[in-house]
Ligand binder design. Structure first.
Ligand code: SF4
Length: 332
């Protein structure tokens, strides 16, 4: 850990391929900022993905695309460890040991598990039940002090903390570190349908790396204030997703102008969206240029992940030596 930083942060995300605005505003932006204060370990959690994916056909490409987006957005691989979960298999060993101190009822009671049963009733697999245990293993394997979590993930982190306490108590050790929750405001970014959370699977997303033309096309499809039917109808920006996005990507003057002009039908939705699309494309331009630059070397992102794997493995092996020692298992 570098002297000047506050500790080590861990976070993981599933390999969902090219990232969208929701991913950026909800996670990536925060990942980038945390690098200034913490030593960061960011993991593409492909083993977790296996609990729900229907096909693994795109898994490798999705991993690559996501890593490239993270790097283009400003992750600094010289300091930050960026790696793929399955490439450090020690996590599965730790997961097994942690599962022995985890009451099954606690897992089946978690709201996220119940939700998954509803979502995929025909695939309630063993991995799905143990998901929070694997997540705990991810965090503690790298001796992380803090985990950035939004409110909806708080029960999982509390679960991780309890599991660490159970393990340390059971084996009379303090080898595992109880991670602190770094409460993070995760904005709910709605998709272009203006109804549901932005998500690739719902096809209501706007990709960060799309061309300016494709981006504008998506923006023009955005659902606005449903009460505003005709151009002459006054609108209500407070219920319009385009306005929420203006607040993120447009200047304060433009936001103020839309706020006023929408309410008195001084601006039409088409014009308003065109303005937003222009600002969004201008904001994304440096990201896109950097992505294009980085992708000129097709090995670059893989090299970063390989280097991350090595650095993560060094920490993981040390932790596992201590864990085996604490349990009383034979060492090599
Ligand atoms: S003018 Fe803009 S803010 Fe108002 S309803 Fe239309 S898109 Fe939304």
């Amino acid at each position: 850990m570098s002297q000047s930083k506050k500790g080590r942060v861990f976070s993981g995300a599933r390999p969902t391929g090219r990232q969208h605005l929701g991913n950026y505003l909800g996670a990536i932006q925060n990942y980038i900022a945390l690098q200034d204060e913490y030593d960061c370990v960011y993991c593409i959690v492909d083993i977790h993905a296996l609990t729900t994916v229907e096909t693994t056909q795109d898994l490798r490409q999705n991993t690559y695309e996501m890593a490239l987006d993270w790097l283009a957005a400003g992750m600094r691989p010289e300091e930050t460890i960026i790696f793929v979960q399955s490439q450090v298999p020690e996590v599965t060993e730790l997961h097994t040991y942690l599962s022995m101190v985890t009451p099954l009822g606690k897992l089946t009671d978690l709201p996220t598990f119940k939700e998954k049963i509803r979502q995929q009733p025909n695939n309630v697999n063993y991995g799905l039940v143990g998901y929070p245990v694997l997540m705990t293993a991810d965090i503690v394997l790298y001796k992380s002090n803090a985990v950035p979590v939004g409110v909806d993930q708080a029960p999982h982190l509390e679960f991780a903390r309890e599991t660490v306490r159970s393990f340390n108590y059971r084996y009379n050790t303090n080898v595992l570190i109880e991670p602190e929750m770094k409460a993070t405001e995760v904005p709910k970014v709605l998709g272009i349908d203006g109804q549901q959370k932005m998500s690739k699977s719902l096809d209501n997303h706007i990709e960060l790396a799309a061309t300016p033309e494709a981006t504008t096309e998506r923006v023009m499809q955005m659902v606005t204030d449903p009460q505003r039917v005709r151009r002459s109808d006054p609108g209500d920006p407070d219920v319009c997703n385009v306005f929420s996005m203006h607040k993120v990507f447009s200047s304060p003057e433009e936001v103020a102008m839309v706020d006023v002009e929408c309410r008195r039908a001084g601006i039409g939705c088409v014009q308003c969206k065109q303005l937003f699309a222009r600002n969004l494309n201008a904001n994304l331009e440096p990201f896109r240029a950097r992505r294009a630059d980085l992708s000129r070397d097709p090995d670059y992102a893989w090299d970063v992940l390989r280097d991350g794997k090595q650095r993560a493995t060094t920490i993981a092996r040390q932790t596992m030596r201590e864990v085996r020692e604490a349990i009383g298992l034979p060492q090599d």
